[in-house]
Each structure stands twice: as structure tokens, then as C-alpha cells.
Design a protein around this ligand. Structure first.
Ligand SMILES: Nc1nc2c(c(=O)[nH]1)N[C@H]1C(S)=C(S)[C@@H](COP(=O)(O)OP(=O)(O)OC[C@H]3O[C@@H](n4cnc5c(=O)[nH]c(N)nc54)[C@H](O)[C@@H]3O)O[C@H]1N2
Ligand SMILES: Nc1nc2c(c(=O)[nH]1)N[C@H]1C(S)=C(S)[C@@H](COP(=O)(O)OP(=O)(O)OC[C@H]3O[C@@H](n4cnc5c(=O)[nH]c(N)nc54)[C@H](O)[C@@H]3O)O[C@H]1N2
Ligand SMILES: [Mo]
Length: 764
């Protein structure tokens, strides 16, 4: 037997350097930073060629994030982190079978995530036999027969099929059709850890689990709330929309425990070319709430609307239900409690509340700062309450904007990647595919891990992503995965999920977004849905990193062909012409009429969105529902802190591009813990002090050593660290009510010094 390698990220021996946190985002440093990333990975000419194709009408959709493109694109809209994502996929270096034969799984596990990613693109299918220490080359054919044999030797619901949100609509649709034809709804996805709370929160209240605004609405908004989100790093192109909104007179309210440079000042990188050096101040108000206190803040803002009588009685009477109980719940909360929870004075909240009361069109944007909390669903419903009071939905310049992460995470859900599909959805699929569909709901991410731990999973198949490092409770999850018979990863780059595996493991290397996809009938394009429900084309242009790579639709079709004894679908015909997949989608999904034709239009097409299009709400009572929630208890015992886990500026989820977090002034080292300076003084600690963290949940503890303290502008009692390193501290069953999303932004911890503060590094 091979020894199980450590699942945690190894210690970080790089030197930490601290600089002043920035108060302006993007600008010239962003252009320089992304050019350097590109040139070092692709060379100069490929960098220029590749970047000129991102988000062009006939080019590829940026794999960076799901923020939409403006309809009238002149040239490519520059985005630092989009450029990094593209360079990272299009890089020259390769991970070959020779490389694997020279490096054991144990050797590779000692590399950091940054080093693993830098090794380059996976070039061939490889197989890790039972007890073997090294991956070895395998043919595509043999790989599919191995998987098919395992799938057919066990019951369908003993297999689990994960999806990460970069998968195209075509690949995702075909994948779920295969999984359901095989007989299970075990389709967990990254959304379970991401915007699941938004889907549930909005679905129950406005009847659709998606946002209701278009990009153009930003040009007509009076007030934009940006809650629990760091767009300067994670959605840089959103800053352009915010800048344009400001130029049109909008006010921006930023709700965040951290100042986040992107919302302070923004300088559009392209303006330098026009010799325009003025930066735009974005946020008019920064409400620096304590972690987890947004529900209390919303109650305060709702109370302020009531004080101003800023309510749309007509809308409330005709279009909504349960208003009175929502008001009663707000009345029952005292201002003292609101101030105590948020750490903000009543006047500060009333100032923001007055801006909202005077607004004729309000947009609320949010991301992980709301969804990854115990009350993730309820707090989003408080945001819904706030906007519904004044009818801010289905009106120009107003509505809900959950800002999605992965570039096609929303599309994947639309086309069926969902462990809990509705009966109506399954009926449509059954009619379209001509195959009986399994009805029992499957595992989400957290339940899939528990099922693996319980020995209830024989095959675990991942369409992209890095399941081990993205999920909570690293040690527990690693043990759970090692219980599985066969694990399979369809991937572009090496990551830790390739190193902590089941008894046997396969890596199937696939084409990325940027690459040409040629099938039997010729060159293909795929389609994706952005964060605002617009479906459009994406066509890769670059020569594939290796001739042995295959497209995701081809991989799914080949697997279906190898596994399913009899199927009415001609899987390989579907894979040879993606128009045929789209025809099948049109027959099996609501809202995809004339799909092939409409998606060939200039800018794609918008999926139906009843709340936005006609203020129609497909809830149980046909109305937009107000909800009444009690406030969560956010007190922690003395000497305990609340930690949130975040992304640095140089990472894409578990893919680490570099070791810097430029806007926050943190350089060269990732194992850091951001702490309030007064809290540090109280403990007698200085910058660079090394501490050990113990997390506490339901009487259990988890431990992770040596984190370097960084004094930071963060509320007292709050801490921040980066994921995936900190995931070892997130308890698997600490999840949000209703959505079961891990509470990655609410980890209760205690700290101890881990020895004297040697290696102080230099302060700049
Ligand atoms: N470059 C880059 N782009 C990305 C990604 C990436 O890793 N890198 N990831 C993609 C994905 S999958 C996603 S989901 C998105 C994630 O985008 P974000 O949600 O912006 O990502 P996080 O880094 O998790 O940042 C969460 C923010 O919420 C704040 N926050 C934490 N707790 C609270 C709270 O209790 N209340 C409030 N009001 N705020 C809080 C934090 O201070 C932080 O600013 O980005 C997508 N885009
Ligand atoms: N503690 C903590 N944990 C978190 C979060 C947090 O804020 N805090 N955020 C959560 C969120 S919001 C999300 S979305 C998840 C992300 O979870 P995942 O989506 O599972 O993780 P990624 O890091 O995005 O996946 C990266 C891997 O995807 C593969 N890949 C890249 N492009 C492609 C492609 O085109 N096709 C295929 N097949 N593979 C590709 C590469 O091999 C790469 O190593 O993490 C979650 N985990
Ligand atoms: Mo995400």
C-alpha cells in the first residue's frame, strides 16, 4: 500500500513582507501585473494574441468570472484577473507521463499549491493503480472501460458526480443526462459551497433562484448596495459598471468588515491609454460591519424605511404577501441590539437607510460574505425584504444581483447540474431525452463527503474543480475520499485532488476554454450563461496544449457509450456536432426554444426571468414573499474570535497564481491571519507573530499551526485568512440552514502563540 500523503497545504517557508494596504484598485499596476503573468507563462506574442480574443463576440468567454460583458464592446475590456486566468490556462509548461514517472504522488504532495499549478497543463490520461506510488499513462479507451466496469459493478446511487462551474452548457447538459440515465441524482457541484444560499433564498421569496438585473440597470440605479463582496479582486469588470453608475449619479453603499480597495477608488486601466489619470471614488458609504452581522444591519435599514414611510403600498398590496409579519419582526429588534451586533451607531445606519429611502431604483449585489454563513439564506431574504418594501424589482435600475463566481456556474444549474431537481424539471428531461429519470434527490457536497466517509460510495467522478481543497474539513474529507474505490478527475491542471485519491485513480486531461475544439463534423463552439442570465457563445482559438486532450462533451459521450448497455441516445453523434446537443437541450429544457438560432445572434439571448420581465413571482402563492426572521446570535465566548476565509488577489479559488495580495499589502506569504491591531496589543502580539489556530464547533476542535499575524483594518474580535489553507479548520457540518453551504466565513477560533516571534521579515 502507498502511504496516504498529507492532504493539507505544506508549510509556507516564504518570507512575509507587509506594505500599506492600497486605497485604489486596478490602474497601471494591474496592466503590468497581468502582462508579467502572461509573458512569463506564454511568451510575448502568445500573450498579445490570446488577450485580444477574450470576451470578443467570436472569441472565448473569459474563464475568470461570471460578470457579463457590455453589449457594445469596442475592444477587449481589460481585466487583470481575467488576464491571469487566461495566461494560466494557456501556459506553455506541460505535465507529461515522463514527469509522473519521475515524481511519486508522495513527492508531489510536498509541493505547495502554487508549485503544483506552475508545473503546467496535464498532457495525457494517467492512471494510479491500487497500491502504486506513481501515475502511469493509460489510453482513453482503457480509462473509459475501467470506469464503466466500476460503475456497472455497483448500484447507481453508490456513485457521485461532482461539477465545477467552468463546464460549458453543452458538456454539463450531456453529463447530467448521462448521470441520470445511469440512474442517480448524485450531482453535487461547487454551487453547493458558493451561491446555494442565494438560490434558496431568492427561490422561496421571488420564485427564481437567480438575480433580476441586467448590466444596463446599473446605468439607471440611484443606489447600489455592495454587500460581502470583493469585486476589485474577484470581479474586476464589475468596477467598470460601478464607475459608469457613479457617472450617472448613483450612490454606492459598501457593506464589509474590510475596506477592500476595489470599492474605495477605481482607475480603469484602459483610461491610461487615453491619458486620463483621474480615479473615480466608488463607495459613498462604507458600513464596516462585524462578521455575521448583516442581518442586524438589514433590520436597521428596514426600520429606517419605516421611519421615513418609504414604502410602496401599492406594490406591497398587489404583488406581495406576509408584509405585516416582516414589519413585526423588524419592530421586535431594538436599535441597541443592532448597534451591538454590527458595531455601528444608529446614526450611521440611518444615514445609509435615508439614502435608500430616497432612492427610486436600488440594486443589491452580494457574494460570499452573505452566502457562507449559518444564516446565509435568511440574511439574503432580509435583503429581499429591504428591496421589496419599495418595489425595487422588475423596475428599471432596480433588483437583485447575486454576483456569481465561476464563469458558467449559473448555466450548469440551468441545464441540470443539481442534486435536488424539481419534479417538473425531471418531467421535461424525461420527455426530451426519452429516458426514465431517477426521482430520489441525491447528495450535495457536504452529504457526498459524509457518504464517502460512511463507505457508501464506490466511484467518485469530478468534472473539473479541486474537490479536496475546495471543500471543508481537509483531514476528514481526505479520509472520506480514500474510502472510495475509484476516483476520476477531468482536469486541466494538477491539483491536490489528484494526490489524495481512492483506491485507484484516473486523471483525464481536457481542453480549456481558450482552445480550439475540433470534432468529427468540424470546429465547435460552446455556450455559457453569465451572472445575469444571458446565454452566449464561446469559441476557443488556441492550439490545444497537447494532441491527447479531449473536450468535456467528448469525454462524457465516450463514458456514456462505454457504460450504458442500451440508450436511445447516440452519444458519439452528439459529441461530434454540438448543434445536436443544443437540439436535445431545446427539447428537454424550458426557455431554450430555437436555441441554435438564438445563440448565434450577436450578443446571445436572455433566458426568461419572470420577476424582472413582468413582476411575476412563481412562488407557492404567486406573490413575492416577505419573510420574518429572528436575528442569529453572533456572540462568542471571551478570547474567542470569528474568522472568515477569503481569496487573495493572486489566486483563483484553489489555483494559486502568485504569493501576493497586492491591494491588502500582503506579499510573499499566504499563511497569514489578519487581526485588529488593538486585539493584538491585548494579547501582547506584534506583526509577524506566529500563532496556532484552534477552531471550535459543537464541542469538537480542529488545529492548524503557524500563521503569521498581520495587523489589519478589521473589526475587533474578527480574523481573516486565505482558503484553501484554512479549510482544515472549517468543520464539515458547520453549514448554513436550508442551503447546507459550509460556513466558510464563520469559524469560531482561539489563538495561541506558536513560539517566539523570530524571522520578523522587514517592514516597509
Ligand atoms: N480573481 C479571482 N476571481 C474570482 C475568484 C477567485 O478566486 N479569484 N473566485 C470566483 C468565485 S467561485 C466566487 S464565488 C467569487 C467570490 O467573490 P467574493 O465573494 O468577493 O470572494 P471572497 O474572497 O470570498 O470575499 C468575500 C468578501 O466578503 C466579505 N465578508 C466576509 N464575511 C462577511 C460578512 O459577514 N458580512 C459582510 N458584509 N461581508 C463579509 C469579505 O471581507 C470579502 O470582502 O469570485 C469569483 N471570481
Ligand atoms: N474556506 C473556503 N472554502 C471555499 C470557499 C471559500 O470562500 N472559503 N469558496 C467556495 C467556492 S465559492 C467555490 S466556487 C469552490 C470552488 O471549488 P472548485 O470549483 O472545485 O475549485 P477550483 O479551485 O475552482 O478548481 C480548480 C481546478 O479546476 C480545473 N479546471 C480549470 N479549468 C478547467 C476546465 O475548463 N475544465 C475542467 N474539467 N477542469 C478545469 C483545474 O484542474 C484546477 O486545478 O470553493 C469553495 N471553497
Ligand atoms: Mo464560487
Amino acid at each position: 500500500m502507498r502511504p496516504a500523503p498529507s492532504a493539507r497545504t505544506p508549510p509556507d517557508n516564504h518570507k512575509l513582507r507587509l506594505k500599506k494596504a492600497k486605497s485604489q484598485a486596478a490602474g497601471l499596476p494591474a496592466v503590468l501585473s497581468s502582462s508579467l503573468h502572461g509573458i512569463s507563462k506564454m511568451g510575448i506574442s502568445k500573450t498579445v494574441k490570446t488577450l485580444s480574443m477574450v470576451n470578443q463576440k467570436d472569441g472565448f468567454d473569459c474563464p475568470g468570472c461570471a460578470w457579463p460583458d457590455p453589449e457594445h464592446r469596442t475592444s477587449f475590456e481589460f481585466c487583470e484577473n481575467g488576464a491571469k486566468a487566461v495566461a494560466d490556462e494557456a501556459m506553455k509548461a506541460k505535465v507529461t507521463p515522463e514527469f509522473f514517472s519521475g515524481n511519486s504522488v508522495g513527492d508531489l504532495a510536498r509541493l505547495s499549491d502554487y508549485e503544483l499549478n506552475r508545473l503546467g497543463r496535464l498532457s495525457h490520461p494517467v492512471y494510479l493503480a491500487e497500491g502504486a506510488s506513481h501515475y502511469a499513462m493509460i489510453s482513453w479507451e482503457d480509462a473509459f472501460s475501467k470506469i464503466a466496469a466500476k460503475l456497472n459493478a455497483s448500484k447507481p446511487d453508490r456513485s457521485v458526480f461532482y461539477t465545477s462551474g467552468r463546464t460549458s452548457n453543452e458538456a454539463a447538459f450531456l453529463y447530467q443526462a448521462f448521470v441520470r440515465s445511469h440512474g442517480t441524482n448524485n450531482l453535487p457541484d461547487c454551487s453547493n459551497m458558493c451561491h446555494e444560499s442565494s438560490g434558496k433564498g431568492l427561490g422561496q421569496t421571488i420564485g427564481i433562484g437567480k438575480g433580476t438585473v441586467t448590466l444596463d440597470d446599473f446605468n439607471h440605479a440611484d443606489v447600489i448596495l455592495v454587500i460581502g463582496q470583493n469585486p476589485g479582486t474577484n470581479h474586476p469588470r464589475m468596477l467598470t459598471a460601478l464607475r459608469d453608475a457613479k457617472r450617472n449619479g448613483a450612490k454606492i453603499i459598501h457593506v464589509n468588515p474590510l475596506p477592500e480597495a476595489g470599492l474605495a477608488k477605481f482607475k480603469h486601466p484602459q483610461d491610461y491609454m487615453k491619458l486620463d489619470f483621474d480615479a473615480t471614488t466608488l463607495a459613498d458609504v462604507h458600513l464596516q460591519v462585524r462578521i455575521g452581522s448583516d442581518a442586524a444591519l438589514m433590520k436597521g435599514l428596514i426600520k429606517t424605511q419605516l421611519e421615513h414611510d418609504a414604502v410602496d403600498t401599492d406594490f406591497i398590496e398587489t404583488k406581495t404577501s406576509h408584509y405585516a409579519s416582516m414589519v413585526e419582526a423588524a419592530d421586535n429588534v431594538a436599535w441597541e441590539r443592532i448597534s451591538q451586533d454590527t458595531g455601528l451607531g444608529r446614526a450611521t445606519i440611518e444615514h445609509a437607510g435615508t439614502m435608500l429611502a430616497n432612492s427610486k431604483a436600488t440594486i443589491a449585489c452580494w457574494a460570499m460574505g452573505l452566502t457562507q454563513h449559518r444564516n446565509g439564506v435568511a440574511v439574503i431574504q432580509e435583503v429581499v425584504n429591504l428591496l421589496l418594501m419599495n418595489g425595487h424589482v422588475g423596475r428599471r435600475g432596480a433588483g437583485f444581483c447575486p454576483v456569481r463566481g465561476h464563469s458558467n456556474v449559473q448555466g450548469d444549474r440551468t441545464v441540470g447540474i443539481w442534486e435536488a431537481p424539481s419534479k417538473a424539471f425531471l418531467d421535461d428531461l424525461e420527455a426530451g431525452l426519452g429516458i426514465p429519470m431517477p426521482q430520489d434527490h441525491g447528495y450535495d457536497v457536504v452529504n457526498a463527503i459524509q457518504a464517502m466517509a460512511d463507505g457508501a460510495v464506490d466511484v467518485f467522478f469530478c468534472m473539473g474543480g479541486n474537490f479536496l481543497s475546495a471543500t471543508p474539513d481537509t483531514d476528514f474529507t481526505a479520509k472520506a475520499i480514500s474510502n472510495v474505490g475509484l476516483t476520476v478527475q477531468v482536469s486541466t491542471k494538477l491539483n491536490r485532488s489528484h494526490l489524495v485519491t481512492g483506491n485507484e485513480a484516473l486523471i483525464l486531461p481536457c481542453l480549456g476554454r481558450t482552445e480550439l475544439d475540433v470534432q468529427a463534423t468540424g470546429e465547435q463552439f460552446v455556450t455559457v450563461e453569465n451572472s445575469m442570465g444571458i446565454v452566449h457563445r464561446s469559441r476557443g482559438k488556441l492550439k490545444p496544449a497537447s494532441p491527447h486532450l479531449r473536450s468535456e462533451p467528448w469525454i462524457v459521450a465516450s463514458l456514456a457509450e462505454a457504460t450504458l448497455q442500451q440508450s436511445p441516445l447516440k452519444w458519439m453523434d452528439l459529441a461530434s456536432d454540438y448543434d445536436a446537443i443544443r437540439e436535445l437541450m431545446q427539447a428537454s429544457l424550458a426557455g431554450f426554444e430555437d436555441y441554435n438560432e438564438r445563440v448565434r445572434g450577436e450578443v446571445g439571448f436572455a433566458l426568461p426571468n419572470p420577476p424582472r420581465d413582468e413582476q411575476r413571482f412563481a412562488t407557492l402563492d404567486g406573490k413575492a414573499n416577505f419573510t420574518a426572521h429572528a436575528l442569529p446570535n453572533i456572540d462568542v465566548p471571551p478570547k474567542h474570535y470569528v474568522m472568515m476565509t477569503l481569496r487573495s488577489h493572486d489566486q483563483y479559488n484553489t489555483t494559486i497564481y502568485g504569493l501576493h495580495d497586492r491591494y491588502r499589502g500582503i506579499h510573499g506569504h499566504r499563511r497569514v491571519l489578519l487581526m485588529n491591531a488593538e486585539d493584538m496589543v491585548e494579547r501582547g502580539w506584534k506583526a509577524h507573530q506566529s500563532v496556532d489556530i484552534t477552531s471550535h464547533f459543537n464541542g469538537e476542535t480542529r488545529f492548524a499551526e503557524t500563521w503569521k499575524l498581520v495587523p489589519y483594518d478589521i473589526p475587533r474580535g474578527n480574523l481573516a485568512s486565505y482558503f484553501p489553507e484554512a479549510n482544515a479548520l472549517v468543520p464539515l457540518h458547520s453549514t448554513a440552514d436550508v442551503s447546507n453551504t459550509p460556513t466558510s466565513k464563520w469559524i469560531v477560533c482561539t489563538l495561541t502563540a506558536s513560539g517566539s516571534a523570530h524571522d520578523l521579515g522587514e517592514e516597509e
